[in-house]
Ligand binder design. Structure first.
Ligand code: ASP
Length: 352
């Protein structure tokens, strides 16, 4: 673990930065492509870190990665590291590439049950050290949020996994990357942002999950035999059959239209029925960025309910696939698995 010397006094909040890579810490190689560099170089380009009123320590992945290469094994490692250092730190900031940050934030939300401290993901669209980089602002604000406490009670302000980017902190299970060219890269889907960062930090306390105090439970298994099947007009039996026919498949997110609608063609219904007969859990998630799945509103979704497809309510696709991995990894029976898949576990759905 690397100690980052700062001006903080010994009673100042103690924060752990976990560096995984991403544009935030990238530089160009000989082929003029952006590749991740070690944290030491990044820290040298951010002298502001040393002036912070926090005690900062750092853990970095052995090899920093572009987040397009992130795997469930990396999520398990991050969750394990947070578990190991949980008692010693007041908050955690994970520096991560933006491409898959929403998936990683959702995965960590599920893996860290009874989380009582902030875990804030952040990164940048322009690498640190470049004149217009958004890295300093994003990282400094993420650290400030991770250290924040209620003035009088002294309690943690954000006992959640979140994604901080540009000027908003979004719940980890509600984040979606929507932009690759502008600084506002993330959107909070179907839920208000938890913090807005202007001149001051504005916490939306009424939207933040406050759970009864309990010991952190770090889960250690994710089921990887899952898939996402995105529907499109013209999709063929061969495509649907190939995805649902994957050997050993245990669960699949069905990305449907509108409020959860899908073709009623007999071949499609047969494919789903066969998948269900093989014990595959199907979770219906809308391709729409807003709104929710209501199976049965249209004739084109009533058949899904009858087939045992589970409605995903207003969940994001990122949270849905990681929820499938998490719930299936628990190794529960059919009924409990179906119950958990439709239950709100980490603020990923709003039940109505
Ligand atoms: N490809 C980069 C990554 O996800 C993009 C970024 O960080 O903005 O690692």
């Amino acid at each position: 673990m690397l100690l980052i010397p700062t001006d903080a006094d010994p009673a100042a909040p103690r924060l752990l930065i976990l560096y995984t890579g991403g544009t935030v810490g990238m530089a160009v190689n000989r082929q003029q492509q952006l590749v991740p560099m070690p944290f030491e170089k990044l820290a040298r380009r951010m002298p502001e870190l040393r002036r912070l009123p926090y005690r900062l320590e750092l853990l970095a992945l052995a090899e920093p990665i572009d987040s397009s290469n992130v795997t469930p094994q990396d999520w398990l490692l991050l969750a394990q590291l947070i578990g190991q250092h949980y008692a010693d730190f007041d908050g955690f900031v994970i520096l991560h590439g933006t491409d898959t940050m929403a998936y990683s934030a959702a995965a960590l939300s599920f893996l860290l049950e009874h989380l009582g401290k902030p875990v804030v993901f952040t990164g940048a669209q322009v690498p640190v050290g470049r004149p217009r980089s958004d890295a300093p602002r994003n990282l400094l604000t993420a650290l400030e949020i991770a250290a924040a406490r209620h003035a009088r009670a002294g309690t943690v302000r954000l006992p959640e996994v979140g994604v901080f980017f540009n000027d908003v902190l979004i719940r980890g299970t509600r984040a979606k990357k929507v932009e690759s060219q502008q600084f506002a890269a993330f959107k909070s889907e179907n839920y208000p942002p938890l913090v807005r960062a202007g001149i001051a930090l504005d916490f939306a306390d009424e939207s933040i999950r406050l759970l009864p105090a309990a010991h952190l439970n770090v889960h250690e298994l994710l089921e990887e035999k899952v898939a996402v099947l995105r529907l499109f007009p013209g999709i063929t039996p061969a495509v649907v059959g190939a995805v649902l026919g994957v050997a050993g498949l245990r669960g699949c997110v069905l990305e449907t239209y509108g409020s959860g609608n899908a073709p009623t063609a007999p071949w499609f219904v047969d494919c789903l029925r066969e998948a269900r007969a093989r014990g595959i859990h199907l979770l219906n998630v809308s391709q729409c960025e807003e709104g929710r799945v209501v199976q049965g509103r249209y004739e084109t979704s009533a058949h899904l309910r009858e087939l045992g497809v589970l409605g995903g309510d207003d969940i994001t696709s990122e949270a849905a696939i990681t929820k499938l991995m998490f719930v299936l990894g628990l190794g529960l029976g059919e009924d409990d698995t179906r119950r958990l898949l439709t239950q709100d576990l980490r603020g990923e759905i709003t039940l109505i």
